[in-house]
Design a protein around this ligand. Structure first.
Ligand code: NAP
Length: 469
């Protein structure tokens, strides 16, 4: 039986790895997701066999409550709220590891009384790590959800939070040392105290980070939830959990580093540098003065005429496209252009939107063909041969200031070079800045036209105008 169970874990791990690989391209992403789901099912069945469960009542109750809640939430959640959902799920994962470790600690006490358990250093360290990382992930993720939802503002007393973090960490080191090396089985109050301290630590670690940096924090917390799971795997001696947790931990940290690189920021800067938007943003009057009289406004009708004569058109989606839910309208316009023989592509910046892959998911929902989604490095040389680039609710990721203004907070961030196109049409509601809080130089370029309005409405107007031509 043991061989069969471990074989089950191995198959699950292989499916997880193939699943992650599948998720690296939009074409195979759905299959990758399905493979991972099957892997998880196998892992759960193997785990149930692993522990000789005699009474399934609570397990069935848990599966029903969790399954229904998860399915309803996943169905109902709006695409723009996806980062909150991911953050909440990370928190749940961390909380589960915390509970598993605490339950195992209590059970081990009983087994030790019966002479069936002798604590080892490995076990003690695994219990501490599960509790620490699990609790930090739980409360850190809850704060991240609050910040993403705009319910929790950016912290004013950043220094105070940092001081609490240092104090709590020091106390935890002493408490963990006592637990692991002095008295691991009679430490109820110590364990309870450490749990509370770790919950406080999660809050104090995330509170000083600017709300705008939450997507990076969520990705990091995702990695933490994996590490907490792996530690819980060591506590339980469960190979499946160790492998799965390690996979999540490693992929989360890789994603975090990709996001930081795409924003040209270091992780230290994100975690300890305060809010990018808050520290670098310009005032409304400065923003207005920057654009004063320099923006050339156009209309859906005029753009339709431009499109009528175009041979190559690139759509550039950004966060505003998600806000406007304009993905279907974008696809409809693209279809019309293709029917007229126009070469249509979509330019995807790695950090467009508010979470990695945001634009891919959004456009996949509208069934945009995968081969038309072109990544930044591939599409950038093509802009000079593009007749019209249509920027839909993107701002920072197309701001040429990133390439040439060393004073800009986004200086060094790689951008989509849409300004090299023959004509750039920027669709956004007004002249508000994007995530980084700075004006967009693209809007005052000679070859730029702005169509003011909600992206979906403007696209629908363009579709109507093109039909009339
Ligand atoms: P952005 O710079 O945040 O700009 C979005 C623009 O959308 C805004 O300027 C807004 O202007 C416009 N907008 C909002 N609602 C709209 C609507 N209904 N219709 C049309 N336009 C609308 O977006 P981005 O260019 O996608 O850049 C993403 C930013 O997020 C980058 O700075 C990136 O570093 C950051 N970030 C991304 C991630 C990630 O994983 N994707 C993670 C962390 C940070 P108006 O209000 O004037 O309409």
């Amino acid at each position: 039986m043991e061989i069969l169970i471990n074989f089950g874990y191995l198959i699950a791990a292989i499916l997880f790895i193939l699943g992650i690989k599948g998720m690296t391209t939009p074409k195979t992403a759905v299959r990758g997701n399905q493979m991972s789901a099957i892997g998880m099912l196998i892992a759960v069945v193997a785990a149930l066999l692993d522990y000789n469960v005699v009474d399934y009542t609570w397990i069935i109750v848990g599966v029903l409550i969790g399954g229904i809640l998860g399915a309803v939430l996943a169905k109902k959640i709006a695409m723009t709220d996806m980062p909150e959902m991911v953050a909440a799920l990370n928190g749940v994962g961390g909380g589960a590891s915390l509970l598993v470790a605490a339950a195992n600690y209590l059970e081990s006490q009983k087994l030790a009384e019966m002479g069936k358990f002798v604590p080892t250093y490995d076990w003690s360290i695994a219990v501490i790590l599960s509790i620490l990382i699990g609790a930090v992930t739980l409360t850190g993720s809850l704060i991240a959800v609050g910040k993403l939802k705009g319910k929790i503002g950016d912290a004013k007393k950043v220094g105070l939070f940092k001081a609490i973090v240092k104090l709590v960490l020091l106390t935890l080191v002493v408490g963990a040392g006592y637990f692991a090396y002095v008295d691991p089985l009679n430490s109820d109050i110590l364990i309870a105290g450490m749990i509370v301290l770790c919950l406080v630590l999660g809050v104090c670690l995330v509170m000083p980070i600017g709300g705008a940096d939450m997507p990076v924090v969520v990705s990091l917390l995702n990695s933490y939830s994996g590490l907490a799971g792996a530690s819980a795997g060591f506590v339980l001696g469960n190979n499946g959990l160790i492998i799965t947790g390690s996979l999540v931990g490693a992929s989360g940290i890789i994603l975090t580093s990709i996001m930081c690189k795409a924003m040209n920021r270091s992780l230290t800067n994100v975690l300890f540098g305060g809010s990018m938007a808050a520290s670098a943003g310009v005032s409304k009057s400065e923003n207005d003065a920057f654009y004063d009289g320099k923006v050339k406004y156009s209309s859906a009708d005029e753009v339709a005429m431009l499109l009528d004569n175009a041979q190559k058109v690139v759509f550039v989606p950004g966060y505003g496209l998600a806000v406007a839910q304009a993905q279907h309208a974008t696809r409809e316009l693209a279809n019309m252009l293709e029917a007229r023989g126009v070469n249509v592509k979509y330019a995807i910046h790695p950090v467009a939107g508010r979470m990695p892959g945001h634009m891919n998911v959004l456009l996949a929902e509208a069934e945009v063909p995968y081969d038309q989604l072109v990544e930044m490095d591939t599409i950038n040389p093509e802009f000079s041969q593009t007749d019209v680039s249509i920027v839909l609710g993107a701002n920072d990721v197309v701001n040429p200031a990133a390439a040439k203004d060393p004073q800009s907070p986004i200086y060094g961030m790689p951008i989509l070079n849409v300004h090299n196109s023959k004509t750039v049409v920027v669709v956004k509601r007004g002249l508000s800045p994007g995530f980084a809080g700075i004006p967009n130089e693209l809007l005052i370029r000679d070859n730029s036209l702005m169509v003011a309005g909600d992206a979906k409405k403007v696209l629908q107007d363009m579709i109507g105008a093109l039909k009339d031509l």
